[in-house]
Design a protein around this ligand. Structure first.
Ligand SMILES: Cc1cc2nc3c(=O)[nH]c(=O)nc-3n(C[C@H](O)[C@H](O)[C@H](O)COP(=O)(O)OP(=O)(O)OC[C@H]3O[C@@H](n4cnc5c(N)ncnc54)[C@H](O)[C@@H]3O)c2cc1C
Length: 399
């Protein structure tokens, strides 16, 4: 992608978008309503997406991915977001939050062992930071990692882990020294589900995202060798925040897709639904809603791909990033996440309003989208926290 005064996708990116769209229409769209109703993880469609290489889109080809960068990955998530937010969340938890830490901070050996099978779609990843006592204050990790020989013993409870029930490996944050706090006191570990002492606890029932698992993970003296430390002891909070910068932009892409789908449905409905002898699209009150939707979609499209292209230009080696560049990336990600999630809620709400009573009927795509969208204002850091991140940078550097 080139971003300057001109904003355009390359022919290869356009071809990728068309291929993804065709795949989703044929294989995913038909099962989404039933998935939402059954509240089951969509294994067959996830498997098919893994076979297509969609679980390794931004990962370089040398590590088993498609090598399409963050821009390609956002194209994927925008298209998936149009069809189903659950599939977008499963992809995002695996790719943004699972493969990014491995690609950015993994040793060559760790990349070969964990990243390659994940990018090829042979293994599913999850990311586990949140705990019962540690949500927005995510640096105050209570899960304990104690030294044992050259390895570690990890004990504690994690909650709300997307893909937590199904993941083969979890990038999991534990406190190596609580006194040190986020900088130095938190370590990222690679935890495989078959390790002794690891188990999946309660899985939450949710308002939306019915195709995703949101699981508790229980670690009862899980022994982890030194090869399972990602990024070095004490650097886990940095690893987590770097992954979240990627996740917040891709969340923006999925929200963009959700907005585009809702607006398209509203536009079509408004042109066909007749009241008072004319299509409701003839009424200014409806036209203004549609215009507001289009404006938000237009602005968000630029923001998402601008941030994604910036992350691609920065590359996957954090040691090469300058301090200011890192700060800019974090602020951009927070901005995209916050606006995208709020605009998605607004656009989908107005699209539902245009559908009248039909929009409130269980099983319509707009009703599902309304329930699915709300969480984006909360996960990957609440929007209050995004505003704190942006304000802190503003106070430090100005506009
Ligand atoms: C469906 C789902 C999937 C999730 N997936 C994952 C996952 O895969 N991995 C993972 O680690 N976590 C995951 N989470 C957890 C999610 O990231 C947290 O729920 C979120 O970060 C908020 O934490 P909390 O729920 O503890 O809320 P709290 O931190 O308790 O916040 C409660 C309220 O207080 C506000 N607040 C808190 N501190 C401040 C402050 N300083 N200033 C102003 N307002 C403040 C918050 O914005 C919020 O409105 C998931 C959650 C859900 C529901």
């Amino acid at each position: 992608m080139t971003v300057g005064i001109e904003f355009s996708f390359s022919p290869a990116e356009e071809a990728f978008r068309a291929a993804v769209r065709g795949f989703l229409e044929k294989e995913v769209a038909p099962i989404v309503a039933a998935m939402d109703e059954s509240e089951e993880f969509p294994r067959p469609t996830v498997r098919r997406m893994q076979e297509e290489g969609y679980f390794g889109v931004p990962v370089p080809e040398e590590y088993g991915g498609l090598g399409l960068g963050k821009v390609g990955y956002c194209i994927l998530l925008e298209e998936v977001g149009k069809v189903d937010a659950s599939h977008a969340t499963i992809l995002g938890a695996h790719t943004s939050l699972g493969t990014t830490p491995l690609l950015y901070y993994g040793s060559e050996e760790q990349k070969r062992r964990w990243l390659v099978p994940a990018a090829k779609g042979e293994r599913l990843l999850a990311f586990s930071l949140t705990e019962p006592g540690s949500g927005s204050d995510s640096g105050s990790v209570h899960t304990v990692a104690e030294r044992k020989g050259d390895g570690w013993v990890v004990t504690g409870n994690k909650i709300y882990v997307s893909n937590g029930r199904e993941a083969d490996t979890i990038v999991l944050m534990a406190a190596n020294d609580a006194k040190l706090g986020p900088n130095g006191g938190v370590t990222a570990f690679l935890v495989d589900r078959d390790l002794p002492g690891f188990s999946v606890g309660r899985c939450e029932k949710k308002m939306g995202l019915h195709g995703t698992s949101t699981a508790e993970l229980v670690l009862d003296h899980v022994e982890l060798g030194p090869e399972r430390v990602l990024g070095g002891p004490g650097r886990g909070f940095l690893v987590a925040m770097t992954a979240l910068d990627v996740g917040r932009v891709s969340l923006g892409a999925a929200s963009l897709g959700g907005m585009e789908s809702a607006a398209t449905q509203a536009l079509e409905f408004a042109q066909h639904r007749t009241q008072f002898g004319a299509p409701i699209a003839n009424y200014e009150a409806i036209q203004f809603k549609l215009a507001d939707m289009a404006m938000k979609i237009h602005a968000l499209r630029f923001m998402v791909y601008h941030a994604a292209a910036h992350q691609d230009r920065m590359g996957p080696e954090p040691s090469r990033w300058g301090h200011l560049e890192r700060q800019t990336k974090t602020r951009e990600a927070a901005t995209v996440k916050c606006l995208a999630s709020e605009w998605a809620s607004e656009v989908i709400d107005e699209a539902l309003q245009i559908h009248g009573g039909l929009g409130y009927i269980r099983g319509t795509p707009i009703e599902r989208a309304y329930r699915d969208a709300r969480i984006s204002e909360i996960f990957e850091g609440t929007n209050e926290i995004q505003r704190l991140v942006i304000a802190r940078d503003l106070l430090d550097r100005g506009l």
